[in-house]
Design a protein around this ligand. Structure first.
Ligand code: FAD
Ligand code: NAP
Ligand code: SF4
Length: 675
């Protein structure tokens, strides 16, 4: 049987988890919506139904000061128990097990006056800090214990004590954040006391037969963070104090090393988790960038960890575990690590969802808004980019008879270009998933078929036009010069650049092209050793925070690259919050130049002529790559209108400005849900 190790039960002594897959904790902001607990019950219930062995809720603070942000949930009062029962009863009814995560975020709390061990503020939350008194520390420990007791009464199977990601427990442990001289500061024994006391008092409060999972920071990745030896010392002491099993966290939120975005190789952090697993006798759960059953199974089979945490992969596909168990791994909708609809939404004050599965965290909404299918309709979808694929698969899944037309020789649309960008190979998985759904739901796919309006007229009950975009050609004298290349021709391999390159336009595609040219080769993912070296990670874990003294080591760019944009602000401001900084840092480290506030004048044999603040400049380049946005390809739509054929227009064909794959997939899903 495939993925056999993942499917083994895990015996915890007093209880058994049915397999080695866990849904890790994710803050999702659903508590800010109406009917939050009904929604949460549907959200977690769906994942329990999907067969995952264990679920951990998003973080609940044990008191008001420890919340992730103002309005984020607290569990400090028994009046909340009935709400939580909606979740636990639903999960149990589906055959699942669920833990409540208790987190105190300390100085990271987005509240008016966060608390911390010392006055040192975080670079991601720069503000005044209230230094905790010894009494207040005692109260927080008791509050953890009380939340755990409430969790037990609410029917949870256990708690996860959040000791990683740079939250309060981490802040107490590291000299980076703890410069106290009382019994909670100074030597490591003292700095560990907070974590150990929390576990001891939680244990006292909940008694036996209740899971106490501790999420330990397996590697801190910040200056003055813990060393590997300190982490192992803490783990052994926590095991003695009564922890049932360890989950792992990788890096503090303020770390300047990417830990989960798409450019992090799959399972890149298993080297740190392996050490931990070897040092304790209780089970250890591996986390971060584990997104496929092959990778997950290998981690468990090799003994690097006993179980795997799949957090974002559970947003992407609630049925991940069931598909593994039923030997249908090709049907898994794989998390591509983009962060676009999960973390980037959270950090911009929106409710989390998922690019590849926009139903995530909106289970009730989709259920309530779905049209009743009284009649099987003949549906034509034109364009097999993400918008068309999403529409075709959803319509067919709902029982309609669907024909999908694509002028290219393969499905995927622009995703076929995205997957050629170094480290964006995960987009292959999304296309593979769509193919599995087209096959499963019997969509008739017509490749190499450019349809025109006459073919669609009178033959279908519904027509969905998803014909995408065409790259914008800016109005610059000399734009037809032989040195000018469109991103489309570069990424499809039709054209190559010379050594010196100007990139016009610094949106997502401009940055992707810069990364491609800086690396000198496309496709594939960076291997783990190169990734860790580039970002200055100390594999021996002897240095504080496991960062090498010499820091990041990026090779120089393979081309001389200058990126330009007309807006005066710095380049890359509109990129995703959690991945944009990585791209900017990589390109800076590789010596790529960036110029803002540009007026383009002309392109000729000498290169690119432009001015900044009225000063004329010449950039001597061999090639100019044009990444200046897109325009809708709505020719077919116009023809349909002329013929009087009513149709649905979605994706880039409807609106090219700021259209990304997330919007395209969502629109496809929504339109098909209404048929
Ligand atoms: P398209 O993907 O353009 O698909 C339209 C399809 O319709 C095409 O396959 C086309 O061949 C077909 N077609 C057109 N006319 C006809 C016709 N008459 N008959 C039959 N078929 C027809 N977005 C993100 O969210 N995140 C990213 O990280 C990201 N990275 C990107 C990187 C690159 C290099 C590129 C180029 C794009 C990236 N995007 C990203 C953007 C994303 O790919 C697009 O927003 C998305 O593909 C648009 O989807 P769509 O279905 O509307 O159109
Ligand atoms: P974009 O983000 O809109 O960027 C277009 C760029 O072209 C801008 O820098 C713009 O800046 C410039 N531009 C626009 N009109 C111009 C004109 N007439 N002349 C000269 N310059 C012009 O679009 P994109 O980069 O093409 O990306 C398309 C979509 O894919 C976007 O929605 C993007 O979010 C998505 N995408 C996302 C990612 C990701 O990693 N999340 C990666 C790739 C693409 P100025 O006007 O200031 O010059
Ligand atoms: Fe994964 Fe992207 Fe979905 Fe987040 S939005 S869960 S990173 S696929």
């Amino acid at each position: 049987m495939k993925h056999e190790s993942l499917l083994q039960p895990l015996d915890l002594g007093f209880t058994t988890l049915k397999n080695r897959m866990m849904m890790g904790s994710m803050h999702n902001r659903m508590e800010l919506l109406d009917k939050p607990y009904e929604r949460l019950a549907a959200y977690y219930g769906e994942r329990a139904k999907g067969g995952v062995g264990l679920i951990v809720t998003g973080g609940y603070s044990p008191n008001d000061a420890g919340v992730i942000e103002t309005g984020a949930p607290v569990f400090d009062d028994e009046s909340e128990i009935p709400n939580h029962r909606l979740i636990t009863e639903r999960v149990h009814a589906e055959g699942g097990k669920i833990l409540l995560q208790v987190v105190h975020t300390g100085r990271n709390a987005k509240v008016p006056l966060p608390v911390g061990p010392s006055s040192l503020a975080s670079r991601i939350n720069p503000c005044e800090i209230h230094i905790l008194s010894s009494d207040e520390i005692e109260q927080i420990i008791d509050a953890f214990a009380y939340s755990a007791k409430l969790a037990k009464e609410a029917g949870y199977d256990g708690v996860e004590i959040m000791g990683s990601e740079g939250y309060l427990i981490n802040q107490m442990l590291a000299t980076r954040t703890n410069d106290r001289t009382d019994e909670w500061g100074g030597d490591y024994e003292n700095r560990m006391r907070f974590a150990l006391e929390i576990v001891r008092r939680v244990k006292e409060a909940v008694g036996e037969n209740f899971i106490i999972m501790y999420r330990i920071s397996a590697i801190d990745l910040v200056e003055e963070g813990s060393t590997g030896a300190e982490i192992l010392q803490l783990a052994k002491a926590l095991e003695e104090a009564g922890v049932t099993l360890f989950n792992t966290g990788i890096g503090w939120h303020e770390a300047r090393v990417p830990t989960i975005a798409y450019m992090v190789p799959r399972a890149a952090w298993r080297f740190a988790i392996r050490e931990l697993t070897a040092s304790v006798t209780i089970p250890v759960i591996a986390s971060n960038r584990i997104n496929t059953p092959d990778v997950a199974n290998d981690i468990v089979a090799s003994g690097d960890a006993d179980m795997v945490s799949l957090a974002r992969p559970m947003l992407a596909d609630p049925y991940f575990a069931k598909k593994v168990a039923e030997q249908r791994p090709h049907e898994i909708n794989t998390c591509i690590g983009c962060n676009q609809a999960c973390l980037d939404f959270i950090f911009t004050d929106r409710v989390a969802s998922c690019l590849v599965n926009p139903k995530a965290a909106r289970e009730l909404e989709f259920e309530e808004n779905a049209a009743v299918v009284n009649k099987i309709k003949k549906v034509a979808v034109v364009g097999a980019g993400p918008a068309g694929l999403s529409a075709a698969c959803t319509a067919a899944e709902r029982g309609h008879e669907v024909a999908l037309f694509e002028s290219a020789s393969e499905i995927g649309g622009q995703l076929n270009l995205a997957k050629k960008v170094p480290d964006k190979a995960e987009f292959y998985e999304f296309i593979r998933y769509f193919q599995s759904q087209l096959d499963k739901h019997g969509v008739t796919v017509h490749l190499n078929t450019r349809v025109d309006a006459n073919r669609l007229k009178d033959n279908y009950d519904e027509v969905i036009v998803a014909t995408g975009i065409t790259p914008r050609i800016p109005d610059i004298p000399g734009i037809d010069h032989p040195c000018v290349i469109s991103y489309l021709d570069l990424l499809s391999g039709k054209s190559k650049t010379g050594k010196r390159v100007a990139i016009l336009g610094a949106g997502g595609i401009g940055f992707d092209v810069a990364i491609l040219l800086a690396n000198g080769k496309g496709e594939g993912a960076t291997n783990t050793a190169d990734f860790l070296k580039k970002w200055g990670v100390d594999l021996t874990m002897q240095e504080a925070g496991s960062l090498t003294p010499e820091g990041p080591q990026f090779p120089p760019a393979a081309h001389e690259i200058t990126m330009l944009q007309r807006k005066p602000k710095s380049l890359g401001r509109n990129l995703g919050l959690t991945s944009g900084w990585v791209l900017r840092a990589e390109l800076d480290a590789m010596g790529v130049s960036k110029v803002a506030g540009v007026t383009y004048h002309k392109i000729d044999d000498k290169g690119l002529h432009y001015s900044v603040k009225g000063e004329n400049k010449l950039l001597e380049v061999d090639s100019v790559v044009v990444c200046t946005g897109q325009e809708s390809n709505n020719e077919l739509h116009q023809s349909l209108i002329k013929l009087g054929v009513s149709c649905h227009l979605i994706g880039g064909a409807a609106e090219a400005k700021e259209l990304d794959a997330l919007a395209a997939v969502s629109q496809g899903l929504e339109v098909a849900n209404r048929l």
